[in-house]
Every structure is written in structure tokens, then in C-alpha cells.
Design a protein around this ligand. Structure first.
Ligand code: SF4
Ligand code: SF4
Length: 435
């Protein structure tokens, strides 16, 4: 029994004793933490959050109050993991802490509503159709100037429209090693970024990869895991493992870094069952960001694009998939393209799944330095491979009245690799008006 919370069940964050005990309080992670940088508050640093987790496990604080507040403010970017000399696996601790937080302190109605509406199922089909309507009619762009959370939400939706007006392709070369892959359709990607899927398929096909269908797949579960809905996340993980095993594909390809990082964590999520854990391990080892496959195939398109791009690496590509440079390597294959890494490329943009809507003020403060770099860099476009980052950076640019488009790397690559062909196979238009 937890005397402070009255909880009678085991807290998940304390399940793996070594997880919390590994922290030696050295504080080396503090400079890497975006929320500590903005707030200068020990409880909003990795070390402070770990301390709060320990206090909760020991029954010395309740799940409500300081624990919830500071755990909620964490972006889950995992920048702290990369610099920790003790190997503390903060991402895993955070997901367990959020599961505890939700069970003992509940979750906000807004986060439950967003999960229900965005992460798959019949309701999501209606929600995404409505969102695409708002985008197509220009209502999302018009609403972006509204104050507060509503304006942020509209600006993020407007940012899902393909942003870059890039030159038309002039030709392509399509050869390369033939390999099979199955593409994760996802929830937000399938609902608002269909053109990115089209672009991904075009580019992989031009590089010699063959797609296998994976019917029955669904949302990766990241939104659930990050919001403390662990049981829901594990259910989705098992469903995806079934679907991708049936597909018989060699690679499981993602074009959303957050989804890829979540699928790499499936073995942890399903650790309670040795059989599922083994299957999850096989899936995780086959999971790649699409840009890794493009870069490895090394097929140069003939089309030339005269573009100077700013590249921002999604945290989950850096710290989850370990493939921070893959989009830059792939984009550098295009003749005429100059790609520059933003100075803060490895720093979180503040998007972090549902975070920008749940903590809009803090998310804006985390994003501010990145917007300044883009403003002073005079780039033709920004490119980043995660829907949350596209929406957060795109919304920030729009609200700051900076007219720099944000495109997914697959959309830029498709402009160069897209072969001439029927309209259904042509590269997506990269102007406003995503259907
Ligand atoms: S760097 Fe690692 S060991 Fe040091 S305080 Fe941070 S989490 Fe703890
Ligand atoms: S995950 Fe990111 S925001 Fe959270 S404590 Fe670690 S560095 Fe800070």
C-alpha cells in the first residue's frame, strides 16, 4: 500500500529497481534538457523528475501535484539519455511514470479526447475527414491567428499542408538493389500526411525496393504510451506485430520518426511475455526510417533541384532510431540540393506528440530558438521527418509570420525521383491545398 496515494497496486515506474537506482545525480543531463533550459527548475530536469519518481515509489508524495505537473512537462525527447554516463533509460522510466500518473491521478479530458479522435478507428476517419476539410477550405490557415490554444491547433493543422514550392523534376534514374518492405500507415500520417506516404513509396520504388501490403496494421501506440495508456499501447503493438509478420516483408519502414522509435521499444512494452518479446525484437530489428533505405541504396536521381534546405532532426530519429543523419545523406544525393543542419537540430522543437496542444506556452518557448535560426538562415525550406515536428515548426513559422515552407524529406526526394507516369503515381504537389 502506498500511504501517500492510497494505491494498492504496484507502481510501474518502480518495477525495474535498477531503472531508478541507476541515476547517480551527477547532473550532466541538465544542460541537454530543453525544459530545464527554459524553466531553470530542478524538478523540470531529468534528475529532478527521477527524484520525484523515487519519492512516488517510496510513498512519500502523491501522484497528484508536483509529480504530475513535472512529469507532464517533460517532452519525452530523450536528449538526457544520450548524455547520461550511468545509462539511465529515461524514456522507459517516463512512459512507466505516465502510466502510473494516469492510473492514480487520471488524465486530462483534452488528452483523452485527442487520443480517441486521432489514433485510429471509426471516430478517427470522421475526425480526419473534417480536419482535411478545414485545411482544404483555408479555414485552418485563417484560424491560425486566433489567440491561445485554438490558434496553435489551427496553425498546426495548416502546417500539415505540403509547404514547399519546389521545382518540378526533370527526370530520374531507377535502379538499385531489390528488397521488400512494408510501410507503417499510422494514424496521423494516414489521416493528414497521405502525400508523404505517396512520396515515400515513389522514392523507395525508384531506389529498387518493393512494397508488401500489411493489412490489419494500425496506430503504432506511441501517443498512448506517451499519455500513460500503456495497456492500449501494448494492444496496438501486438496487432502490428501480427500484421507485419503476415506481410513477409524484409523491412518495416516508417516515415514518422516517433512511430519508428515506438516500434523499437516494442520489446520493452511486451517484456512480460517472453514469446511476444521475441517477436517484438525481430520486428524492432527490421524497423528502419525510409531515409535509411534511400541513403543505403545510393541511387542518384537525374533531376536537379536548386534548393538550400535547413534540416531539423526529430528527437526520435536521433535518440530512438539512431539515424539522425539518414535524411541528410538521402537528400544530398539530389543534384543541386544543399542541406544544412540547423545549429539546434538535435534539440527538441517542442512538438512531442500531443505536447504542443497540452502545454502550448512551454512548447512555444522551447521552439523559439529554432525559429530564430530559421529566420536568420535565409533558407528556401525546412525539412524534418516527423509529423509532430512538421506541425510544430510549421505552426511556429506561420504564427511568427515567417514564410518558410516545411516539407517532409520524402516530399523533397519525390520531386527528384518521381518518374513520369499516370497522375496516381506522380509525386505529390508541394504547394498548399493537401486534399
Ligand atoms: S546524467 Fe544520468 S546519472 Fe546523471 S543526473 Fe542525469 S540521469 Fe542521473
Ligand atoms: S526527455 Fe527531454 S524534456 Fe524530458 S527530462 Fe529528458 S531531456 Fe528533459
Amino acid at each position: 500500500m502506498n500511504p501517500a496515494t492510497g494505491a494498492s497496486a504496484v507502481l510501474r515506474v518502480g518495477e525495474d529497481g535498477e531503472g531508478l537506482a541507476a541515476c547517480v545525480h551527477c547532473g550532466l543531463c541538465l544542460p541537454a534538457c530543453p525544459t530545464f533550459e527554459v524553466l531553470r527548475e530542478e524538478n523540470d530536469s531529468p534528475r529532478g523528475r527521477i527524484y520525484l519518481m523515487r519519492l512516488l515509489v517510496e510513498g512519500r508524495i502523491p501522484a497528484l501535484g508536483a509529480f504530475s505537473r513535472h512529469v507532464d512537462r517533460c517532452l519525452g525527447c530523450r536528449a538526457c539519455e544520450a548524455v547520461c554516463p550511468a545509462g539511465v533509460r529515461f524514456g522507459m522510466l517516463l512512459e512507466r511514470a505516465r502510466e502510473d500518473r494516469r492510473r492514480w491521478a487520471g488524465s486530462s479530458p483534452l488528452s483523452r479526447l485527442m487520443l480517441w479522435g486521432l489514433s485510429g478507428g471509426r471516430a478517427s476517419r470522421v475526425v480526419y475527414a473534417l480536419l482535411r476539410f478545414l485545411r482544404r477550405t483555408g479555414m485552418a490557415a485563417a484560424g491560425a491567428s486566433l489567440p491561445g490554444r485554438m490558434g496553435v491547433a489551427f496553425a498546426m493543422l495548416a502546417a500539415t499542408a505540403p509547404g514547399a514550392r519546389l521545382p518540378e523534376p526533370s527526370g530520374t534514374e531507377s535502379s538499385g538493389k531489390l528488397q521488400s518492405y512494408a510501410l507503417l500507415e499510422g494514424c496521423v500520417m494516414g489521416g493528414l500526411f497521405r502525400e508523404v506516404h505517396t512520396a515515400t513509396r515513389l522514392v523507395l520504388s525508384a531506389c529498387g525496393y518493393v512494397e508488401h501490403a500489411a493489412p490489419g496494421q494500425g496506430c503504432c501506440g506511441a501517443l498512448h504510451a506517451h499519455s500513460g495508456f500503456g495497456a492500449g499501447a501494448r494492444k496496438l503493438a501486438r496487432r502490428n506485430i501480427d500484421a507485419f509478420e503476415r506481410s513477409g516483408a524484409g523491412w518495416l519502414v516508417v516515415n514518422s520518426a516517433g512511430c519508428g522509435a515506438a516500434m523499437k521499444e516494442y520489446p520493452e512494452w511486451l517484456a512480460e511475455s517472453p514469446a511476444w518479446r521475441e517477436r517484438a525484437k525481430r520486428l524492432a530489428s527490421a524497423t528502419r526510417d525510409f531515409a535509411e533505405l534511400v541513403a543505403d541504396a545510393h541511387v542518384r536521381p537525374e533531376a536537379e533541384l536548386s534548393l538550400r534546405l535547413a534540416y531539423d532532426a526529430p528527437c526520435h530519429l536521433v535518440y530512438g532510431l539512431g539515424a539522425a543523419d539518414a535524411p541528410m545523406r538521402a537528400l544530398s544525393l539530389i543534384p543541386g540540393v544543399q542541406v544544412e543542419r540547423l545549429p539546434s537540430a538535435d534539440r527538441c522543437c517542442g512538438g512531442a506528440g500531443l505536447y504542443a496542444l497540452l502545454q502550448p506556452d512551454l512548447a512555444e518557448r522551447v521552439l523559439a530558438p529554432k525559429l530564430e535560426e530559421i529566420r536568420s538562415g535565409d533558407y528556401d525550406a525546412v525539412t524534418t521527418g516527423n509529423p509532430g515536428c512538421i506541425m510544430q515548426i510549421g505552426a511556429g513559422l506561420r504564427r511568427a509570420r515567417l514564410r518558410v515552407p516545411v516539407a517532409h524529406p520524402a516530399e523533397v526526394l519525390a520531386r527528384a525521383y518521381a518518374p513520369p507516369g499516370p497522375p496516381s503515381m506522380a509525386a505529390p504537389k508541394l504547394g498548399p491545398g493537401r486534399p
